[in-house]
Design a protein around this ligand. Structure first.
Ligand code: FES
Ligand code: FES
Length: 173
């Protein structure tokens, strides 16, 4: 684009961002321009990770974690961005979403989208880099344990992520 706008891809859909919106944060853009309110903002200063979304610089790249409250749209132009709204297929929840439900992982749920996206990125890496099961806890610690939950539901989040990850390791998915 030559008018100062940029293109991004959100949950597989190409989105044109007007020039005057390129200095919005990702969270602001999702909420105010796309009506995607699943990405939650809590601290707003890059500490709690409630606003975590997934990003890839190419569709076939591994998913990384990005904080939507501190990342402006122009900094992520042309990238592929994944929010919690993209996890389910129709009415079918992702394995992680189902796992969180079955494990009673969340209480108020405000932090849940951030946990889901951080863990989704971890599982993406786990598909690429095989690890032994005894290395899994350290991997979960690295990818997810920076996310804060004010309702302190950590144990059940970790249990659900562990269960899904173990199935993935054993199933070779
Ligand atoms: S809202 Fe806390 S890190 Fe983004
Ligand atoms: S479930 Fe309430 S903040 Fe985590």
């Amino acid at each position: 684009m030559n008018d100062g706008g940029v293109q991004i891809h959100v949950n597989g859909r190409q989105v044109t961002v007007a020039a005057h919106d390129t200095d919005m944060t990702l969270a602001e853009f999702f909420h105010e321009r796309m009506d995607l309110t699943g990405t939650k903002v809590c601290c707003g200063i890059g500490v709690c990770r409630a606003c975590t979304v997934g990003t890839r610089n190419r569709p076939d790249a591994l998913m990384e974690k990005t904080l939507a409250c501190t990342t402006i749209v122009s900094a992520i132009a042309s990238q592929h961005i994944y929010t919690v709204e993209g996890l389910a297929e129709g009415s079918t929840l992702s394995e992680l979403q189902q796992g969180f439900l079955e494990s009673f992982s969340f209480q108020c749920g405000y932090c849940t989208p951030g946990f889901l996206m951080a863990a989704s990125a971890m599982l993406d890496h786990l598909r690429q880099y095989r690890i032994d099961t005894d290395e899994l806890d350290a991997m979960i610690e690295t990818w997810v344990c920076g996310n804060l939950c004010r309702c302190t539901g950590y144990v059940k989040y970790i249990a659900a992520i562990r269960k899904v990850a173990l199935l993935q390791i054993k199933g070779g998915a």
